[in-house]
Design a protein around this ligand. Structure first.
Ligand SMILES: [Zn+2]
Length: 323
């Protein structure tokens, strides 16, 4: 990639926008339009991360690192320069397309009774929750046509993972949830793999910018778990989309003092509980209070509520959570 192409890429991805899309919040305004905030690259307790939106540069007085948006992507995602370029390209390309896809699938949701029935079975019953999570439905066999009509090229759709190599919609009969830079799809049919993501990272913790201000947060594995808790009135819930956290998710949990209630599945083989124990040790090493919530055997937070559990009973489980 030549100098010009690098400059173009940087111009198309302003540092400030990229930082905010990765949950960075400016805390204090300085002279000449510059901002200070907590450093997303190290465990920062008082704002030491300086951003100059006009020069498109950052510098951290805590960890001494600084540079442009490419340097930030390298450090944040812990990748080499060339890989950071690939991530930034994907990020730039995916944003408008994913918004389009989200809009389309949200519209489909109310046209397919099978989708609404499935949501109902999984305890998703409030319209407010469907709006909050921007839940949609991918029936299959119609996204490609719609997007090409809008002018998106087939190779671009293939590269984004929305269309398969042979040209079919990649998401078929799936409830879909938009994520930051990705799309999670839960299959309605037992014949297909239950979980599907677009290629690339699953991103940070779900809805973290709304959750990070709580001194106590509840961490669950799946989006339907999240939905159950949110619907029961717990707004301090976030989701890691699997029992194993990626580097950015772990860093988010450690970005300030808090208590984390790990509420993973109580599955028969114990894998959820093992992952929770490992995570609680890692969190404690970073000075974060971790508590393990025990659900009744065989339950996950979603099935707990579907089976009739209520907010009061869940509160009780939180109180009983072991240290
Ligand atoms: Zn720093």
């Amino acid at each position: 990639m030549n100098r010009q192409a690098l400059d173009d890429l940087k111009q198309q991805i302003p540092l400030m926008g990229y930082l905010q899309a990765h949950d960075w919040h400016p805390a204090r305004r300085l002279s000449r339009g510059r901002w200070m905030g907590l450093c997303p690259l190290h465990a920062d307790h008082k704002p030491s991360f300086l951003v100059d939106p006009y020069k498109d540069l950052f510098y951290c007085y805590g960890c001494g690192r600084g540079g442009d948006v490419i340097r930030f992507a390298e450090l944040y995602h812990q990748v080499k320069f060339s890989q950071a370029l690939v991530l930034l390209h994907q990020w730039r390309g995916a944003q408008p397309l994913l918004q389009e896809v989200t809009r389309f699938y949200r519209f489909q949701l109310h046209r397919y009774s099978e989708a609404i029935t499935y949501l109902y079975q999984r305890g998703v019953r409030s319209l407010e929750l469907i709006e909050h999570m921007r839940i949609g439905y991918a029936p299959g066999g119609c996204l490609r046509g719609w997007l090409t009509q809008l002018g998106h090229s087939l190779p671009a759709l293939r590269q984004a993972g929305l269309v398969t190599g042979v040209g079919y919609d990649a998401y078929v009969r799936r409830i879909v949830f938009p994520l930051e830079g990705n799309l999670y799809g839960r299959s309605l049919s037992d014949a297909a793999p239950p979980h599907r993501f677009l290629p690339g990272t699953k991103g940070g913790l779900y809805s973290w910018d709304q959750v990070r201000r709580y001194p106590e947060v509840i961490l669950v594995e799946g989006l339907f778990d999240y939905a159950g808790l949110w619907q029961a009135g717990f707004q301090n819930v976030t989701c890691s989309l699997g029992a194993h956290l990626n580097v950015s998710q772990f860093r988010q949990l450690c970005d300030g003092p808090r208590t984390v209630y790990l509420t993973f599945d109580a599955d028969g083989n114990g894998s959820g509980q093992q992952a929770a124990q490992y995570l609680s040790r890692s969190l404690r090493e970073r000075g974060i209070t971790a508590r393990l919530v025990s659900l009744p055997q065989g339950h996950d937070p979603n099935s707990f509520f579907v089976a009739g559990g209520d907010a009061q009973e869940f509160h009780h489980l939180l109180q009983e959570a072991s240290r």
